[in-house]
Design a protein around this ligand. Sequence first.
Ligand code: 9Z3
Length: 345
Amino acid sequence: MDSHIPAPPTRRLSTGALKNAIDRSTPLLPPALEIDEHNYFDNNEPPEYLESMAKTAEEFVRFHSKNRIVLVTSGGTTVPLENQTVRFIDNFSAGTRGATSAEYLLENGYAVIFLHRQFSLLPYSRHYSHSTNCFLDFMEERDGKVVVDPQYQLEMLSVLRKYQHAKSQNLLLLLPFTTINQYLHTLRALSEILQPARSRALFYLAAAVSDFFVPPSKIPEHKIQSKAGGSKLTMILDPVPKFLNRLVDHWAPSAMIISFKLETDSEILLSKARQALDRYSHQLVIGNLLQTRKYEVVFVEPDLPEVWIRLSNKENADSIEIESKIIPAVIERHTAWIEKSKDTE
Ligand code: 9Z3
């Protein structure tokens, strides 16, 4: 870790007692082919709400027929282990990157479709939700009434105004998912809905998407039973097809597409980000490490040297959010993308 990068805050999660338990230096999975797309989407049913969600999204895209529209994906996807799901596999993502980025995009005039893991952080309310920032701690009782503690008034007023502006101007569409299957079906449907926006559409894929899942042919219907004698449970997970190239080439061919690459080993972050770019041929990979993701990220683009975006110690002490630096750099690139696309649109 660079010396000026502050130590990461204590996390709930283990930082790896079992060193190198999994070899992450293996190459990326091959991109999905058309047949993989058919196989997946024919065999994994769409969520029953997809049609009505798609109608809402279509209206939103029509409403913003002149504006830039960004699809921000955010939070982790779950992998059910039973069809009637009692148990599932999940990941660490709280949706901070996605929710924070969405705010800076909104401030810069983007209409935002926020495809997020249900109950993960949301733009604006994130300042006062979840256990670290319980909204009740910002309140006090005065003359039998609940009021905002004076020390938080100014900040809350600023957040409230931005939230109300986004709402009154219909700039923010919140769409939830829970499972990897719901996420994939919704992502594909939204990509097609966004096609009329052509290069005005931006995909900012910050969700932490599961690499493995249990396909319908192998998933038990009911709660897995423990047997007498404490038998072990073995489950074989299939790889989730890598649909990014289908998105780039077929689902949203005119949009600018940004994916995130997450690693825990700094030695392989850059090569993995480059591999993703080579493999999927999109415009930008933003690489980050689990341990330092709040203080530094790296932009990896075709035919260009990588660009690091970092918070200084002072910026970190002043609670500057790294997304306030990421988003202007993203917008600069999206503007160039729109300019470049003008000749073909
Ligand atoms: C990211 O790398 C995000 O920045 C984080 C944000 C998930 C680290 P938080 O929600 O964390 O703020 O706590 N997202 C992408 C992760 C991912 O699944 N990428 C895939 C991969 O690395 C490629 S699409 O293989």
